[in-house]
Design a protein around this ligand. Structure first.
Ligand code: ARG
Length: 412
């Protein structure tokens, strides 16, 4: 093998991988680092890559792509894996994979490598995406192959003179504009509350301001375009939202997650903007979409989230669902007001030029245009089959309908 393109984060695993790939495969290693809003010094990472023995380093600013092609789709789909996780890490992987493929083509490389372990989802996301886009590329996962513990990796790095970043944290962190994933250490004990030193984006609710913050978010075609009346680029808006919600103690997620490989894991995240924007967006949808659309879209969003979580970004169904979702977003225009207070977040108002809500129909006050007399006939037909089924049931049949049959019997 002569050329390998490595997804380089600048951490211990990928730094050791550079040398290991050279030794094991005798390959030239080309390193690639994407900025997707993880707030790290790209220059420093580049220097470390060269220090580790990279023959060429690509530093790619992909924040705009990440937002427009990944995060905005997630907002429109109200994407949450298992009802809790806004897919922050999961959304970044297919974009990194795509850029790796672009570099591999340009460099005429034979293989692509990543620093994922064999226990997680990220290996699947990288490999399925790379193979879907460029089947000829081989894949190498050094960490999965070498079987070193963290201490052995550190010893290897010292022996080979690999510059490792002084680790600020004992935790395994992955972050981008959409969220921060925190793993390992005490967090592996699901019965223990996460200590507050694991969080960087969200203040402890106890220390949040004693006055609530109100945020008004406006959407056009399902895309958040302004905050408190100020128009801004979605990437800036997300940053602002992370800051405002985080400073009010909002954004922490702590749940048990099912990984694709079957492992249950305790996952802790900080996703202030993601939680707020999806809450606001889905609330606005309830105002403008029909009941039928909402029901279908919720299912579609669940499937979309599952595809993205499980590494199938390039699955045609994901594209199909995006087309459906994007059609529904033409009417998702309007504003939502959120109240943030000491770790709590709640929608307290919403309005839209496309709203299906009608005061004349819903009011209990004067001036209602809803003809209540018609409800009688509606109920008659709506309950028709249920009434017939219950009336047809005889005493003796009741046993067949175990649970609720008993209730009928007892009531008699
Ligand atoms: N469980 C999350 C996911 O699969 C987060 C993974 C975090 N990855 C990491 N390298 N720390 O999307």
């Amino acid at each position: 093998m002569s050329k390998v393109v490595l997804a380089y984060s600048g951490g211990l695993d990928t730094s050791v991988s550079v040398k290991w790939l050279q030794e094991k495969y005798g390959a030239d290693v080309i390193t690639v680092t994407l900025n997707i809003g993880q707030n790290e010094d790209m220059k420093e990472i580049e220097e470390r890559a060269y220090g580790c023995g990279s023959v060429r380093h690509y530093s790619i600013d992909a924040v705009k792509d990440f937002v427009s092609d990944y995060v905005l789709r997630a907002i429109k789909a109200d994407a949450m894996y298992q009802g809790k996780y806004p897919l922050s890490t999961a959304l970044g992987r297919p974009l990194i994979a795509k850029k790796l493929v672009e570099v591999a083509r340009k460099e005429n490389a034979d293989a692509v490598a990543h620093g994922c372990t064999g226990k997680g989802n990220d290996q699947v996301r990288f490999e399925v995406t790379v193979k879907s886009l460029e089947p000829r590329l081989k894949l190498i996962a050094p960490v999965r192959e070498w079987n070193m513990t963290r201490d052995e990796e550190i010893a290897y790095a010292q022996r080979k003179g690999i510059p490792v970043k002084p680790s600020r944290s004992i935790y395994s962190i992955d972050q981008n504009l959409w969220g921060r994933s925190i793993e390992s250490g005490i967090l592996e004990h699901p019965d223990q509350e996460p200590p507050f030193d694991v969080f960087e984006w969200v203040v402890p609710p106890e220390e949040a301001p004693d006055m609530p913050s109100y945020v008004e978010i406006s959407f056009e075609n399902g895309v958040p375009i302004s905050l408190n009346g100020r128009e801004m680029e979605p990437s800036v808006l997300i940053q602002e939202m992370n800051r405002i919600a985080g400073s009010n103690g909002v954004g922490i997620i702590d749940h048990i997650e099912d990984r694709l490989v079957g492992i249950k894991s305790r996952e802790v995240y900080e996703c202030p903007a993601a939680l707020c924007l999806i809450e606001a967006h889905s609330d606005l949808e309830k105002l403008v979409l029909t009941r039928m659309e909402l029901e279908f879209k919720e299912n579609a969003g669940r499937i979309w989230s599952w595809l993205v979580y499980s590494g199938l970004w390039e699955e045609p169904l994901r594209y199909d669902i995006d087309s459906f979702v994007s059609e529904t977003q033409k009417r998702v225009n309007g504003s939502v007001r959120l109240k943030l207070y000491k770790g709590g977040m709640r929608v307290v108002g919403r309005s839209s030029r496309n709203q299906l809500y009608s005061l004349e129909l819903s009011t209990y006050g004067m001036g209602s245009t809803f003809d209540q007399k018609k409800a009688e006939g509606f109920i008659e037909l709506w309950g028709l089959q249920t009434r017939v089924a219950n009336n047809v049931m005889k005493e003796g049949d009741v046993e067949k309908h175990s649970g609720y049959g008993k209730e009928i019997k007892e009531a008699k």
